[in-house]
Design a protein around this ligand. Structure first.
Ligand SMILES: *Cc1c(COP(=O)(O)O)cnc(C)c1O
Length: 427
């Protein structure tokens, strides 16, 4: 066993480890295909009898070195990159839940995930029960059905900033013999490792803090290796019974703890094809190198901005898990002791109209459909990302119509506060 390094070291040193004479920096394997010497060698790859690269739609070395780094950061056994966070959540669920299956999902998940599960996957015959993340254990347990295949929630909800009681969710999921899938995008593995609290699968939109510079859209899925698919009886036949598309391979038998990620790679990636471009994986890797430094600064800056806003006379409310007044302060102390994230939400006494006016006056903080990158940015979810939702769904998702999502960057905090101060003067 290699020595397990601390996260700062993993971010710099893990993944690509060059041998004598090889490039110091992770190369971009800008190649769709890979060469073999005999027809038999290639045949074995297609039968999953040997592992090796043959076509970038399934696997690419650049991607795999970056996935390896993310895997180590989360403390998992296997990981893969996807073309986006959307693809990561889609694959994570669809890998174990087919037509006729059922998912339990937190109501405060990202708008894209909400649509994916409640609209698009519904068309595939997968049903979803949406549940308040603050529900009691009894309410949570009551949501399970015979055909429930997984539970899905976010460590820190985007943009409601609800901190999940991961242990409560893991306990309920395991009592019903299904895995807990946690989207850990906002916390990042620097601030929280959901596996330590009982989560089985972790997903990421690497587009956010991991890339960190708003350069490339991407996603990742990590498996803890802890969930026993076979012990759950016949709940997960896709993993525990032969796959006809590979001459009867049974993933749990042939790949052990690698079963879940292997199936998602050789079956879903093969057939659905949401591979991350190696160029993007290269950029993601550069982002990962500084993730711990950036997260520390994002959190320190956001804490100061949240405290400034909380004291401001024109501000009606501030939501940031680092504030003592926050509903999730205690949960954040437990699950996110190093800090939560750089995202704050707040509302103005002047409501929605004042929010729009104030946002137009900001100069350093740009209005962009993005969050969680180095540059401070701002968004009004009710008119942007969550536009498709009804008022009722907005409230269920924890998104008030006047909610301003403020993503604090890593500029000097005095400049960020000064920008807010001048913009607030206009309302
Ligand atoms: C952005 C986001 C997603 C979707 O990721 P994309 O990379 O934009 O596809 C999923 N979950 C969370 C929590 C997000 O913030």
């Amino acid at each position: 066993m290699e020595k397990q390094f601390k996260k700062e070291t993993i971010c710099i040193q893990s993944g690509w480890k060059p041998k004598k004479g090889e490039p110091r920096v992770l190369p971009i394997y800008q190649s769709t295909t890979f060469k073999y010497e005999t027809s038999e060698q290639m045949g074995k790859l297609f039968d999953l009898e040997e592992s090796g690269y043959f076509y970038t739609r399934l696997q690419n070395p650049t991607n795999d070195f970056v996935a390896q780094k993310i895997c180590e950061l989360e403390g998992g056994v296997a990981a893969m990159l996807t073309s986006s966070g959307q693809a990561a959540n889609y694959y994570a669920v669809f890998n174990i839940c087919e037509a006729g299956g059922h998912v339990i999902m937190s109501s405060t998940v990202y708008g894209g995930t909400f649509n994916l599960l409640t609209v698009t996957m519904k068309k595939m015959g997968i049903t979803c029960t949406v549940i308040d993340p603050d529900c009691s254990e009894e309410e949570l347990n009551a949501a399970f059905q015979e055909n429930t295949k997984c539970v899905l929630a976010e460590t820190i909800a985007n943009p409601a900033l609800v901190v999940l009681d991961i242990e409560k969710f893991a306990k309920a999921a395991h009592a019903h013999q299904v895995p807990l899938i946690i989207d850990n995008t906002f916390a990042t593995p620097i601030n929280c490792n959901p596996f330590e609290w009982g989560a089985d699968i972790v997903t990421h939109s690497t587009t956010k803090y991991m890339d960190g510079h708003a350069m490339s859209v991407g996603g990742a899925i990590v498996d803890s290796g802890n969930f026993d698919w076979e012990a759950a009886g016949d709940k997960f036949p896709g993993l525990t019974t032969p796959d006809d598309s590979y001459h009867g391979v049974t993933y749990t038998k042939q790949f052990g703890k690698g079963a879940y990620i292997t199936k998602a790679t050789v079956q879903l990636m093969r057939d659905l094809g949401s591979i991350q471009a190696p160029q993007n994986a290269f950029l993601l890797n550069v982002g990962l190198e500084t993730l711990p430094l950036r997260m520390e600064r994002h959190c320190a800056n956001a804490q100061a901005v949240a405290e400034f806003l909380e004291k401001h006379e024109k501000v009606a409310w501030v939501n940031y898990p680092g504030l003592k007044s926050n509903k999730y302060y205690a949960l954040a102390q437990k699950y996110l002791p190093k800090g939560s994230c750089g995202v704050i939400s707040f509302g103005l006494k002047g409501g929605r109209a004042a929010a729009e006016k104030m946002m137009d006056k900001l100069s350093l903080a740009a209005i962009v459909t993005h969050v969680a990158d180095a540059r401070t940015c701002v968004l009004h979810p009710a008119s942007h990302t969550h536009r498709q939702m009804t008022d009722e769904q907005l409230l269920e998702a924890g998104v008030a119509p006047d909610l301003i999502r403020f993503s604090v960057g890593i500029e000097h905090v005095d400049d960020i506060i000064a920008d807010l101060e001048q913009a607030l003067e206009s309302v």
